[in-house]
Write a protein that binds this ligand. Structure first.
Ligand code: ADP
Ligand code: MG
Length: 271
């Protein structure tokens, strides 16, 4: 049922409430990942405060996806320390939902939409047990939140890209996590889907959850996010959008590939 190791499920080990909600949802020090000789992410320090919504921004190949995968241990770290709510990932994994970049998921595996969402309920269902009526109702509720309730019985592979993205967000919602890490949730989706996903994410934040998105569309950073982390292998800036999303940091991150006029336009929303 789970051909992609990135979306692999973990059998319910019996949930222990280890999460200290007062500590920082995600704190990273010196995170370094290398696939070969040259690091993809080099010595990045970052903090993602509670109830914030952060855009991770940078050009293609800047190491954004690698950064998220490194925090989750999906790729090995060359160096660095990562704490989720003050603890190592394996102790809090039920509190962390991850939606990988859509291109990285095998969409051909045979599963109904509702089953994909029920997978998010592994805290309750466990890997080899069948979901009961209560779990199905919870899963339907999550599909409803992303406007996909009418597609519950469809095969996931038969949906459009935007619809698949909504289903994977529904699965993350079913997990009822405290921290949501999403890799380009708006890539290749239509405007209606983008709007639906943004509303869900903003509601999560309003409920005190923490949201981190790799985000490639500079024109919506200010409207969608309250914080930004700019990276291009190294960290270029971090902080509130007003502090971190400046002409200087954008030039540093994009290496002069953005025209002055483009940058002025992007920052209009802050005026
Ligand atoms: P981004 O998400 O910012 O576009 P990535 O984190 O995917 O960037 O990639 C960062 C760099 O690491 C790129 O140069 C990319 O080619 C390389 N890279 C990513 N994944 C792998 C991998 N599995 N093996 C080797 N190189 C990789
Ligand atoms: Mg990426």
């Amino acid at each position: 049922m789970s051909p992609d190791p990135q979306i692999e499920l973990v059998a319910d080990q019996g949930r222990t409430l280890t999460t200290d909600q007062s500590s920082c949802p995600l704190e990273v020090r010196g995170l370094t990942v290398s696939y070969g000789e040259k690091p993809a992410v080099f010595s990045v320090d970052a903090r993602f405060p509670s109830a914030s919504m952060t855009a991770i921004v940078g050009p293609n190949g800047a190491g954004k996806s690698t950064f998220l995968k490194g925090t989750l241990g999906i790729v090995p770290l060359l160096a660095g320390d990562v704490r989720f709510f003050g603890l190592p990932f394996k102790q809090v994994r039920a509190d962390v939902a991850y939606v990988p970049q859509r291109a990285s998921v095998d969409w051909d595996f045979p599963a109904r939409v509702i089953d994909v969402v029920i997978m998010g309920l592994y805290r309750e269902v466990g890997l080899f047990r069948f979901a009961g009526t209560r779990q199905s109702a919870r899963a339907m509720d999550c599909l409803d939140r992303v406007g996909m309730q009418d597609f519950a019985d469809r095969q996931i592979g038969q949906l459009s890209g935007g619809q698949q993205q909504r289903v994977f967000l529904a699965r993350a919602l079913a997990q009822d996590a405290e921290l949501y890490l999403l890799d380009e949730p708006f890539a290749g989706v239509d405007a209606a889907t983008e709007h639906a996903i943004v509303s869900v994410l903003k509601q999560l934040k309003a409920d005190g959850k923490t949201v981190v998105c790799v985000h490639h569309d500079l024109s919506t950073v200010i409207a969608y996010f309250d914080r930004a982390l700019l990276i291009n292998m190294r960290k270029q800036a971090e902080g509130s959008v007003a502090e971190a999303f400046t002409p200087e940091t954008l030039q540093a991150t994009y290496g002069g590939r953005l025209a002055e006029s483009q940058i002025d336009e992007l920052r209009l929303g802050l005026a």
